[in-house]
Design a protein around this ligand. Structure first.
Ligand code: FES
Length: 165
């Protein structure tokens, strides 16, 4: 597969940044989106250019580090998958793909596609979380309020070991 990539390049937080066009060839449909970026980075390194900075960690759809905007959509055209689990078979030979970092004030760009995620880290460190229903209709047990009387009865039942004291 032959593609044209239009990628946000930004040297640092204070750089204006711009979209830069890169052609890539020999992209297999079974490659992940990040593997496709690896191919481009290998080409850039070989030609003496600076590789594109992008975040990733697990590459297994777990950590969420690989967040990108692809063709104007969070994580690209697939649904319910992270960027590292997006496969190139979702694109067609000859496609032009726009790749940008998250565009949010809370996530300022550090370099290219890498953003400062410390605001999100601070929310997690303070115990904040977002609950998202990802398992169909099953209600998360922790989301079901328990009346105080039932909780007290359960506590008493759980602490009494029947010793007769
Ligand atoms: S790299 Fe961890 S979810 Fe994509």
């Amino acid at each position: 597969m032959k593609l044209t990539l239009k990628i946000w390049r930004q040297k640092g937080p204070n750089d204006k940044g711009q979209m830069v066009t890169y052609p890539v060839d020999n992209i297999d449909g079974d490659m992940s989106f990040l593997e496709m970026l690896d191919v481009l980075n290998d080409q850039l390194i070989e030609s003496g250019d600076e590789p594109i900075a992008f975040d990733h960690d697990c590459r297994e759809g777990i950590c969420g580090m690989c967040s990108l905007y692809i063709n104007g959509e969070a994580h690209g055209p697939d649904r319910g998958v992270t960027t590292c689990q997006l496969h190139m078979r979702k694109f067609k030979d000859g496609d032009t793909i726009y790749i940008e970092p998250w565009r949010a004030k809370a996530f300022p760009v550090i370099k290219d596609l890498v953003v400062d995620r410390s605001s999100f880290d601070r929310i997690m460190a303070s115990g904040g979380f977002v609950s998202v229903n990802t398992s169909g209709n099953t209600v998360d047990a922790n989301a079901i309020p328990v009346p105080k009387e039932d909780a007290d009865n359960a506590f008493e039942a759980a602490t009494c070991i029947g010793c007769g004291a």
